[in-house]
Design a protein around this ligand. Sequence first.
Ligand code: PMP
Length: 786
Amino acid sequence: MGLESMFTSSYINRLGAALKSKLRQWGLPRFAQVSLLNISENATFLAHDSETDRRLILRVHRPDYHTREEILSELAWIEALRQSNVIHTPAPVPTKSGETLITMHDGKSQRYVVAFEFMQGEEPNVGEHLADWFNKLGAITAQLHAHSKKWQRPPEFIRKTWNTDTMIGPQGYWGDWRSATNLDALGEAIISKAAHVIESRLSIYGQGAERYGLVHADLRLANLLVDENRMGIIDFDDCGFCWFAYDFAAAISFHELDPSIELLQKQWLAGYRSVASFSAEEEAEIPTFILLRRILLTAWLSTHSETDTGQELGPSYTAGTVELAEIYLERFGDKTITKEAGSDLTGDKSCPILDLNAFSFEQSKVDDQALKPMIQRRYKTQGPTAMLFYHQPLHIVKGEGVWLFDKKGNKYLDVYNNVPSLGHCHPNVVAAITSQVTQLNVHSRYLHETVHVYAEKLLATMPNNINRLVMTCTGSESNDLALRLARTKTQKMGVIVSESAYHGNTQMVTEVSPASYKTQQPPDYVISVAVTEAARQGDNAGSYFLQQVSAAIKTLDDRGYGCAALLVDSIFSSDGIYSHPKGFLSKAVKCVRDSGGLFIADEVQPGFARTGDSMWGFGRHNIRPDIVTLGKPMGNGYPVSGVATSEDLLATLCDEYGYFNTFGGSTVAAAAALAVFDTIVEENLMQHARDVGAYFKHALIELQRQHLSIAQVRGAGLYIGLEISEEGDIARPDAAKTTQLLNLLRRDHVLIGAGGKFGNVLKVRPPLCFSKSNADLFVHKLDKVL
Ligand code: PMP
């Protein structure tokens, strides 16, 4: 049966008659009145038994759309919401034999029917109070999202997935917008261009659990049921998996061009944020969701011109869609499309470090077809933590020195990796690991010569107070232990870190890693200080940093936590690489010590000679840590890390707790670490990093003269940051261009990453064997793509 004929009165009468024959299943008499309430997709009827005054809402589903399982899943969510007591929504009413869904034949096809209790109330009569109602709508939407995020869905739960394919693709659930009434070739081209921008932006925006999940997907004022003392939500028929922020676009459905949207959005967001967080990145994408919804509705209207809405809006709706697409393109169209494009990055819209440069599984447009199944398998087995780099992910199979090779034998210059710090597959490390693994590879509780030799050599490079080494397996674990040491010693809780710091992935370390937070903030015993702003003060960076640290200590004291430690990576890798002036941390470190706190130097990034000036980042700044944490480059790729500290600090912890680490400093780990350490010395890599680094930095500064978008070149040794900004204006960070550059470089077989609070710093951090000619090659390639 064609859709159009579903809207004729004779058809509706037939449906009503068919329903009457089913009423007894719900204990209603056959003669109860059945009247149509609404028809758009489904037909919704009110059944009323005037003798008992019992009422029931009966929803007849449209044919060939939702499956039985999908409808039962919707009802399951409704039940869960009702039980949570947060949201009022009418209960599904089972038949006498306990069925919540029955089938009914309407003369032509099978239809699913579900019944709901009748709930008093009406669509809100907004009058002059539209903005207030949007505030309420925002708050109730946030409650619904909060429930959806924590609800354990039953295993058989299945609902439709709303994404760009299913919404605005040619096979979209609601039809193809290209068939919209009154759409001419120019209009089609404009919408098509905008649709590409939407796809591109949303593929980068991603479908992380905080941004994408089970939503109502039609949460408009028309779907609120209000009476004097209660506000309920109805019509979960569209509920499915979609972006949370899309629910705002649903809220303003059919009014997308209304000038009051700005105010309504403000109110909706205020309401939402009174209940739950709604990130700046989500807010920045609202125009994308509005246009996405508009195009979807345009597709829907093309097949529903006979509905009330279709009649009301008429063919001019299509013209409006074209207009909205044009407005959207003006704003977002000519920029390279990245997650950050369009957002005001000069505000507080920092980007989570782990999202930078990430490939999105869900929305992938992978050129190399051979990689697709592999990517799928990775996604299916490892889920969203299995992050891949670049818009076109790489399948690397071999490494040698500064080169990486993919499956097809393509060769890439590695300007990214500091883990294989001596160079990929350095023969000394390969030999040490191989020799040890063929003899003994066991846990750490037997005597083993190498680990002692290693500890002695390593500790000899540290200040005198640092005389104990605990071997661990990852940088995160090292920082976790460092925090325990500091808190046990000081009996204080507070920690001061830099504003976009990343220190690892355990629960405790995530709390001191502001860069890991996507929607929330670190707890209030963690205070972050603005190193970017400090570094911009030039020679006064030290005083500025000091001011912030001393204010943070006071706040932590006022809050009753006290300051246990200042924890910093002294090259400020994830903040955007702030290396100068040398020594700018010393005043702040002294201030923390004077207050009874400790200084933890996270050497995972600057350590092991990379900065060229010292074996350690803290050495460059001439400061003495109480605890040093080590990782990444320590084993040239073999997982080995450590915590170096004083005898006294370690004893304090071990008096209270036992500490044991199965793999930390095991035989093979120790062999790898020793080989790395010896090779740094033998190959004089510190000097090499200083010389090549200086040459490289100079060449990049020369390049900066030719390209306005490089606002700054910073760094020490082989750790260099290029700040990419609009027209060289440091106040206008250009994350879009940064993402574009690193993807273009990848296409040109040069691998590099990005960092920084705003995601606009190209991170130049190659293996230490990088040569001057490698530097020339990089500068040449960067010049080409700039
Ligand atoms: N500290 C810093 C400064 C880091 O950059 C990292 C990793 N990027 C870590 C700690 C955590 O190290 P891992 O990933 O080995 O746990």
